[in-house]
Design a protein around this ligand. Structure first.
Ligand SMILES: Cc1cc2nc3c(=O)[nH]c(=O)nc-3n(C[C@H](O)[C@H](O)[C@H](O)COP(=O)(O)OP(=O)(O)OC[C@H]3O[C@@H](n4cnc5c(N)ncnc54)[C@H](O)[C@@H]3O)c2cc1C
Length: 400
């Protein structure tokens, strides 16, 4: 969505296809990081965005084996927003769609599924899609696969995928929130179990990590078993886990970490999870996908606006620019998966917070490192594309 909006804003005819009729699905993750908030500031949209209902956190803590540890502090970041905004993805996506619709060059086609690539003279020259009317063909100077970790477009393109693996899957569910609930702890860890709680105002969006491929086993034990495991891992919620009385209230999200060795071929480019599926570790994936979109628009808006067809060199420039942050971020995610999550999922005893967590808790300066890596990331992008329809974006300063 971000790429479509930026290209349209720059005066390029951009068509965004979304296979579902709306965005009201319990997407993965709500975390809008300072790097993304900075982009919204550069576009002059930050005030409007923050006017939408959302929660914010400036520091992150966890409860490990019953001991609270502070792990990240975003208050020292050199960004306009020194916090993570928690907003359901459907609100964020609808916000971007509304911004896009301000431009005559923005075309969002919902309920339209990309299903095929049109090829001519050894290059991709468009896409086939199906919608409620039937099959349509769209000719395009460039087709971008931004269709997520189960990408149809990357499969159609025959791109090679390097699977980095993940030792866990995630159960996604909602649990009512009470006013006196502890709000400081984002993560709750005990031997064999880990829960992440995202504050959605009147309920917790709850992510429960389970060993990879073990959902059927847990289901066979019954919903009571899940209730008990949650109550033991997050004791403050034990008085309402019974509300999770049916498996239809639990979504299983398979975690994948992978990346394409090559993100493009003539007429086609993959970005976001379609180019590199991200683990939920650090809640970075959305923000990295948006960074890809900004880098792509920065390189392609001018040639596309001038009517040129993007060259392989253009597309390689985008991959070269984004591959480094992708590799570093995935290296961090797989390091945490291998050193912390995997042993945990295997049942390694957790009797106290590990040394690294204790060091973060002890030394405030150290807590700035995860804040920097996760909050801003490696090689943050900035908006260099113009608004072809309006005045230059305002730089009204926001101090928080
Ligand atoms: C369990 C879990 C929790 C996560 N939590 C977080 C978090 O807290 N914070 C965070 O930043 N990241 C999180 N992530 C990662 C994050 O969700 C992804 O990295 C991010 O959503 C990638 O964005 P994207 O736009 O590339 O793909 P997606 O968000 O997957 O969007 C792809 C879109 O394409 C549509 N689509 C798919 N196929 C087609 C088709 N053929 N035609 C048309 N449309 C199509 C889909 O409906 C979807 O709307 C999590 C991941 C998992 C698995």
């Amino acid at each position: 969505m971000m790429l479509g909006v930026l290209l349209a804003r720059a005066g390029v005819d951009a068509i965004v296809l979304e296979k579902y009729p709306d965005f009201y699905r319990d997407f993965r993750g709500d975390t809008v990081h300072p790097s993304t908030l900075e982009l919204l500031y550069e576009l002059g949209w930050l005030d409007d965005f923050l006017a939408l209902p959302h929660n914010e956190f400036q520091t992150a803590s966890a409860m490990i084996a019953g001991e609270p540890v502070r792990v990240a502090d975003l208050r020292y970041l050199r960004t306009h927003c020194k916090f993570v905004a928690l907003m359901p993805q459907w609100d964020f996506l609808n916000f971007l769609a509304e911004r896009g619709r301000r431009y005559p060059t923005f075309h969002l086609m919902m309920s339209t599924q990309g299903a095929g690539l049109i090829e001519a003279q050894d290059r991709v020259s468009g896409a086939r899609a199906t919608n409620t009317v039937g099959e349509i063909e769209i000719a395009a100077k460039l087709v971008v696969g931004a269709d997520g970790r189960h990408s149809t477009i990357r499969a159609l393109a025959g791109f090679e995928v390097d699977d980095l693996g993940a030792p866990m899957d995630v159960l996604w569910m909602r649990i009512p929130k009470h006013p006196d609930d502890p709000t400081r702890q984002l993560g709750w860890v005990r031997t064999g179990h880990m829960v992440i709680l995202l504050d959605r105002g009147d309920y917790w969006q709850c992510a429960y990590l389970i060993p990879k491929g073990s959902f059927a086993q847990l289901r066979a034990k019954g919903i009571d078993a899940l209730q008990q495991e949650l109550a033991q891992t997050v004791p403050p919620l034990r008085d309402r886990v019974s509300e999770l009385d049916d498996w239809s209230k639990v979504a299983m999200l398979d975690v994948r970490v992978d990346r394409l060795e090559r993100w493009h071929r003539p007429g086609l480019l993959c970005i976001g999870d379609a180019a590199h599926a991200m683990s939920p570790i650090g809640g970075i994936g959305i923000n990295l996908a948006i960074q890809d979109a900004v880098a792509t628009a920065n390189v392609l808006a001018a040639p596309l606006r001038a009517g040129a067809v993007p060259t392989e060199a253009d597309l390689q420039r985008i991959q070269d620019r984004r591959m480094f942050p992708t590799k570093v971020t995935q290296a961090f995610q797989t390091f945490v998966q291998d050193r912390a999550i995997d042993p945990l999922m295997q049942g390694a005893p957790v009797t106290s917070p590990p040394l690294l967590a204790r060091l973060f808790d002890e030394f405030p300066l150290l807590r700035r490192l995860p804040a920097r890596l996760i909050g801003i990331g490696v090689r943050p992008e900035h908006v260099h594309t113009p608004d072809a329809f309006g005045p230059a974006p305002s730089r009204a300063s926001i101090s928080r």
